[in-house]
Design a protein around this ligand. Structure first.
Ligand code: ATR
Length: 276
């Protein structure tokens, strides 16, 4: 742990339900390894407007933001980066002399996770879901030159997202057809998350071995979708890799310093009781 003194800068984390011991370990290990005088402190926030006022009044250096505040925090900020603006959600705030700047590293976190096993350019990527998570990922994959197809239960949401990203869409009953010639399929819905962890939107038989299958869910680590994909011989990407990379990218925003990736990797692996 960093030696706390009068110069120590706080990086906070705003959530609503639980504190994030794994991220706490990851950031503080990184600060210590680089000799940065920062400390990472997670907060359970009751009133987001007042909490943002607190950031200004207390001079908190930066804040990680999670559900349910990623969208509702926006009116209280001064500026958004282009990523946060087009997604309409923020997962990080940086306080520069009292000006609060909102950013979003979720989409890039997902592409970094995928890039651990594959390239994205010219690949057909089927994304299940059209909510906030799917939105950030769809833009990021399109940026990398991937060809995105949005598949969603509610057609209107799929149409709207496909229009925003300028990509294709399909309905859930067209899923089989959509993944037939896909390279990558990704679950960006909440289906498969604890406590509904015995569910998957894709029938096992549809998972042919050449598919790369990613799930953004990290609780449980191995969702039903990923377990079945593994059994079918597919390469898989765990949701906790996206979480790791979106966190690494935030570190750079918070400190302006190149993240010590190996230190962060080791620290995150040391925390077994991971919740978020
Ligand atoms: P997030 O911000 O985490 O993406 P969200 O905006 O509430 O959360 O989006 C949830 C996504 O999961 C949506 O795409 C939703 O589909 P609908 O647009 O049809 O609601 C999808 N989803 C949630 N439960 C689902 C289920 N049981 N079957 C299919 N899709 C589901």
């Amino acid at each position: 742990m960093t030696n706390i003194n009068g110069e120590t800068q706080i990086v906070a984390f705003f959530g609503a339900t639980y504190k994030t011991s794994k991220m706490y370990g990851m950031y503080n290990a990184a600060f210590e390894a680089l000799g940065l005088n920062y400390v990472y402190v997670p907060f359970i926030v009751k009133d987001i407007e007042k909490a943002v006022e607190g950031v200004r009044h207390l001079g908190i250096r930066a804040v990680g933001v999670t559900i349910p505040y990623k969208i509702t925090i926006i009116p209280y900020l001064d500026e958004l980066d282009s990523e946060a603006r087009r997604i309409g959600a923020v997962n990080a705030i940086v306080n520069t002399n009292g000006r609060l700047w909102g950013a979003n590293t979720d989409g890039k976190g997902a592409t970094k996770a995928l890039q651990e096993v594959t390239t994205i350019a010219r690949k057909k990527v089927v994304i299940l879901g059209a909510g906030g998570a799917a939105r950030s990922i769809a833009f990021a994959i399109a940026d990398e030159g991937g060809s995105v197809v949005i598949v969603n239960r509610t057609k209107d949401a799929a149409v709207a997202l496909a229009k925003a990203v300028d990509c294709q869409y399909a309905t859930i009953d067209q899923l089989e057809q959509a993944i037939q010639d896909a390279h990558i399929v990704m679950n960006a819905t909440s289906v498969g998350m604890v406590p509904a962890d015995n569910e998957s939107l894709i029938r096992k038989e549809l998972l042919s071995p050449q598919l790369i299958v990613m799930d953004i869910i990290s609780h449980p680590k191995e969702t039903k979708l990923l377990k079945e994909a593994k059994e079918q011989g597919c390469k898989i990407v765990y949701g906790d890799r996206m979480l790791f990379w979106q966190g690494v990218l935030k570190f750079q925003l918070y400190t302006g310093v190149e993240p010590p990736i190996e230190v962060m990797e080791q620290a995150i692996n040391n925390f077994q009781n991971y919740q978020g």
